[in-house]
Ligand binder design. Structure first.
Ligand SMILES: [Zn+2]
Length: 61
């Protein structure tokens, strides 16, 4: 299995004033952490389209 880690910064996803920085070792972990973080942006239940967009904007290593 190919190991992939993700490095997400809110400012790269269109929220320049948020210092949010999330790292994850899998796409599922990234999605879970994004869902939790989005509450700080007033989003209680993000839809899949938003999550897909944010996952796509994360840096993969
Ligand atoms: Zn944020």
């Amino acid at each position: 299995m190919i190991h992939m880690s993700y490095d997400f910064r809110c400012r790269d996803a269109g929220a320049p004033t948020c210092g949010g920085h999330i790292t994850a070792e899998s796409e599922q972990e990234l999605r879970d952490k994004l869902t939790a973080h989005l509450r700080k942006h007033g989003v209680d239940t993000p839809n899949e389209t938003l999550l897909d967009h944010l996952v796509a904007s994360a840096e993969r290593r």
